[in-house]
Design a protein around this ligand. Structure first.
Ligand SMILES: Cc1cc2nc3c(=O)[nH]c(=O)nc-3n(C[C@H](O)[C@H](O)[C@H](O)COP(=O)(O)O)c2cc1C
Length: 209
């Protein structure tokens, strides 16, 4: 797949996710996936905590993960129909490549780098991965859905029950360019702070006294 030859600001202004149900082959090659992940690793990381882990789940392994999803779903919904279980089996298999991103806060550093900051770094990493995928011409979507909160699924992925899966990032190709999506309006969320006496926060939100 060729790189998008866009002006960087145009690239950011046009960025969009593709809903995973529309994703098709091909996915990134191994070298391209390395590039995408390396773009993710170039992320603001206060104190160099590296407080995240990334697992690559390729096609065959996606089938095994689908079975884990189906069994975990059945445990929570003993009356699940075959159709429902099939949906769960298919869930991690909807795109050529799946990345599982987990937060691993560096607890020795939390006095200097609070857990909140370390988790935000994980969010930034996910966004950089989306941008890296888009820059190489691939489609991507950041999902969570119920499996990220399920401890059986976390265990099967090798994580403790209290580890937070912050993203399941699906990467593939887009059969056609996705349409636009309504965005938060600038005036709704952006204000200019001038002084403690003149401190609007955002439209409809009165300043805190
Ligand atoms: C942490 C996080 C979790 C998300 N989980 C879901 C999800 O489970 N299901 C969903 O439809 N969209 C989810 N989204 C939204 C999509 O990633 C994406 O924002 C949406 O498809 C719109 O795409 P775009 O704004 O990137 O163009 C999540 C987004 C974030 C940041």
């Amino acid at each position: 797949m060729t790189s998008q030859n866009w002006d960087p600001i145009e690239f950011l202004m046009n960025r969009r996710s593709l809903v995973v149900r529309d994703m098709t082959e091909p996915g990134p090659s191994d070298a391209e996936l390395d590039q995408i992940i390396n773009a993710g690793l170039r992320v603001p990381d206060h104190g160099r905590c590296a407080p995240w882990r990334i697992q690559i789940v390729r096609k065959e392994a996606q089938g095994r993960l689908g079975e884990v999803f189906a069994q975990a779903y059945l445990k929570e919904h003993p009356d699940a129909t075959d159709e429902e279980l099939e949906v769960e089996r298919d869930r991690p298999q909807r795109a050529p490549v799946l990345l599982v991103v987990t937060a691993y806060p560096n607890m020795e550093r939390i006095a200097k780098v609070p857990v909140m900051e370390q988790k935000l770094s994980g969010g930034a990493l996910c966004q950089n991965i989306l941008n890296g995928a888009h820059a190489l011409g691939y489609a991507a979507q950041w999902l969570t859905e119920w499996p990220v909160y399920n401890s059986d699924i976390k265990r099967a992925l090798g994580h403790a029950a209290d580890t937070e899966i912050i993203a399941l990032i699906y990467i593939g190709s887009a059969p056609e360019k996705p349409g636009e999506r309504a965005r938060a309006e600038y005036a709704q969320v952006v204000t200019e702070w001038k002084s403690p006496e003149d401190n609007p926060v955002a439209a409809g939100i009165p300043p805190r006294k």
